[in-house]
Design a binder for this molecule. Structure first.
Ligand SMILES: *Cc1c(COP(=O)(O)O)cnc(C)c1O
Length: 219
């Protein structure tokens, strides 16, 4: 089942878009099923679970931290995490930099933006991010590599609204790219799209989709 669903999604999104298989709550055995058909990028949203799975699974897996990350937990994932998607505060960026130094690693991050109508979603506003990136403090964060942006659309049946929210993230990306990152090769990712909305996200310029239930079934 996992095998069929995964190969179907891989084929439908094509080679230019990265598929992050969101394995939160699912067992080691189920992750291995996906691994065996070639999937190497997996996403988790809880630090403890991410560390446990990292320890138990093959070391060529690239682990993505996709959930809200508390500063005091960065130290547990800093030695191995491949990409932190949900960076939503300056404080967190400083902590990631500090742990990057300790581990002698440059840690790749995406800035999370608040694009949904829902109150509960974390993230920067474009203005906040732009001010920070343009300022002197950001230049000090040598162990942080900003690779792009991430966002979550509102949970709604209204596909026009979802599309508009993805468009707004794409615009934020474009603005940041031209203003601050025109010479950065790393700054190129737009992480948007989940099981229910990834086809729309791709139409609106997503470079990375984070798909869980469409691969692993309901949690
Ligand atoms: C759980 C989760 C996903 C995947 O959700 P599905 O609807 O199962 O595809 C994607 N992104 C984030 C941030 C998540 O927490």
């Amino acid at each position: 089942m996992i095998r069929d669903r995964l190969t179907h999604i891989q084929a439908s999104i094509g080679d230019n878009i990265q598929l992050i298989a969101v394995s939160k709550t699912h067992s080691i055995e189920r992750i291995l099923e996906a691994y065996e058909v070639g999937q190497r990028d997996f996403g988790e949203n809880k630090v403890q679970e991410l560390v446990a799975k990292y320890e138990a699974l093959p070391k060529d897996i690239r682990w993505h931290m996709i959930g809200h990350l508390q500063s005091n937990k960065v130290k547990y994932i800093a030695p191995f995490v491949s990409l932190i998607h949900g960076v939503d505060s300056v404080k967190l960026l400083h902590e990631i930099n500090k742990q990057g130094l300790k581990n002698n690693r440059i840690i790749s991050c995406l800035l999370q933006f608040h694009i949904a109508q829902e109150e509960t979603k974390f993230g920067f506003s474009e203005e906040e991010a732009s001010t920070f990136i343009g300022g002197p403090e950001f230049q000090q964060l040598k162990q942080v590599k900003l690779c792009g942006v991430m966002g979550m659309a509102t949970f709604t049946e209204d596909t026009n609204q979802v599309r508009r929210e993805f468009q707004s993230l794409r615009l934020i990306f474009n603005h940041l790219k031209t203003t601050h990152f025109h010479s950065s090769e790393a700054f190129k990712e737009i992480s948007m799209g989940m099981s229910d909305d990834y086809p729309i996200a791709i139409e609106e310029g997503s470079t990375m989709v984070r798909v869980g239930s469409k691969i692993f079934g309901q949690r």
